[in-house]
Design a binder for this molecule. Structure first.
Ligand SMILES: C[S@@+](CC[C@H](N)C(=O)[O-])C[C@H]1O[C@@H](n2cnc3c(N)ncnc32)[C@H](O)[C@@H]1O
Length: 397
């Protein structure tokens, strides 16, 4: 194991102190440790020069099209004088910049009502966001532990946030779940060990999503993940939302696919310089670690906390409903610079690629609010394509 990485030393010391830590704690440290956690490293970048791309880092069209949805939400709420848009996990801050700029230029009435807030757990990303977005002055603010949470009329938005929450990893063994813990072998390298399940919340989780693990016929060695952080996160959102919407975009599966016996390796993936692999113990602090989102958990727990599920669809269909097709047509007829035109054309296609970003789930939840979007049918083709577990975040997929 390489030395000289303070994060590795910190994790090793923590393990030596307690014998073994849960995988969830390991992932939390690898991604979010204040010293050297992946999202806190100054070198960490989202986009072509980083480890993975996201829709917002690919093209400004994504944020502009989403602005069309936010404007419709504002109308659906009868155009309140203040519409708060709270973005959670804002990455490089590009999305916020485009939403504010496009609203100002295209929807001045909406812009007059718009108050943008960001909740970002990484101090180093927050600093970068603050630099990029300085021109928006007090139109934009950051929510932190020190800021009392305000109640919101508007929308709480996230893209690829929940997949970055640390997860519990489970293994089916002898007719029961065991939890995967991380310890050190004699050479000091990370080693997985199984421990009896301590978290009662995991049983409650499966009951909530309507999966009885005893009935699934899992073979010994079957592995999966449970994202318990989703629960307090949703509870907090629903308490803060006085009226309006929660719009979540991420890659995932409904529970019956997520916990299907055939998905025997789970969904954990690591991203390092546009390469995907499944070893979370390499490049510690230098790679992203993610797990797919259980869309059923998002909607069921949302309903428990007072959020009505308004709409579940795929990014491709959602963006088409918001006008992506018109943009593609207009772009084909424009006389712009050839290279620029080709790049934009490719990016627009990537946003709706059913095997890539277009297969992401879009979940719209509401509190005392409904939104009428044109009826969308989920294409069977799109549905099956996303079951294959492709990785849409890579440039070279
Ligand atoms: C995969 S990145 C996505 C960034 C951005 N939304 C995008 O699409 O480019 C995940 C982001 O969520 C942030 N994050 C993770 N957990 C968070 C939490 N509990 N609250 C707020 N932000 C969080 C990370 O620091 C990072 O900015």
């Amino acid at each position: 194991m390489p030395t000289g990485n303070p994060l590795l030393v910190e994790i090793q010391e923590r393990i030596r102190a307690v014998g073994a830590i849960s995988f969830c704690e390991f992932m939390d440290l690898a991604l979010y440790a204040p010293q050297g956690g992946y999202y806190n490293r100054p070198q960490m970048q989202i986009g072509r020069r980083g480890d993975f791309i996201t829709s917002g880092s690919l093209t400004r069209d994504f944020a502009e099209l989403l602005t069309e949805a936010f404007v419709q939400m504002w109308h659906a709420l009868d155009c309140p004088q203040r519409f708060t848009l709270l973005e959670m996990g804002a990455g490089e801050g590009e999305f916020a910049d485009v939403v504010l700029g496009y609203s100002q230029a295209t929807y001045p009435d909406f812009f007059a009502a718009l108050k943008y807030q960001i909740q970002e757990q990484s101090p180093s990303l927050r600093e970068r966001q603050q630099q990029r977005l300085a021109r928006w002055g007090d139109r934009l603010s950051w929510q932190g532990a020190e800021t009392p949470a305000e109640s919101i009329i508007g929308c709480i938005f996230s893209n690829e946030l929940i997949d970055a929450f640390p997860v519990h990893r489970l293994q089916w063994q002898g007719g029961n779940w065991q939890e995967i813990y991380v310890t050190l072998d004699k050479q000091g390298a990370f080693q997985e060990v199984l421990r009896p399940l301590r978290e009662d919340r995991i049983h409650e989780y499966f009951a909530t999503i309507g999966i009885d693990p005893q009935q699934q016929g899992y073979a010994d060695g079957y592995r999966t993940e449970v994202n318990l952080r989703l629960i307090p996160w949703l509870k907090d959102l629903s308490q803060r939302l006085e009226q309006g919407f929660v719009l979540t975009i991420d890659y995932g599966y409904p529970a019956h696919q997520y916990y299907h016996p055939a998905r025997c390796e789970g969904t954990l993936q690591c991203y390092y310089r546009h390469r995907r692999h499944n070893n979370p113990y390499s490049f510690v602090g230098e790679q992203d670690i993610t797990a797919h989102v259980d869309v059923t958990a998002l909607t069921r727990y949302g309903e428990k906390f007072g959020l009505e599920t308004l709409y579940i669809t795929r990014q491709s269909l959602f963006l088409m409903a918001l006008g992506l097709g018109d943009r593609l047509l207009a772009q084909q007829q424009s006389n712009g610079h050839l290279l620029h035109a080709l790049n934009r054309h490719q990016s627009l296609h990537q946003l709706i690629d059913p095997l890539g970003l277009g297969g992401f789930y879009v979940v719209l939840q509401g509190k005392q609010a409904t939104l009428k979007l044109p009826p969308l049918q989920e294409a069977d083709q799109v549905f099956r394509a996303t079951q294959r577990g492709t990785s849409p975040r890579l440039l070279n997929d």
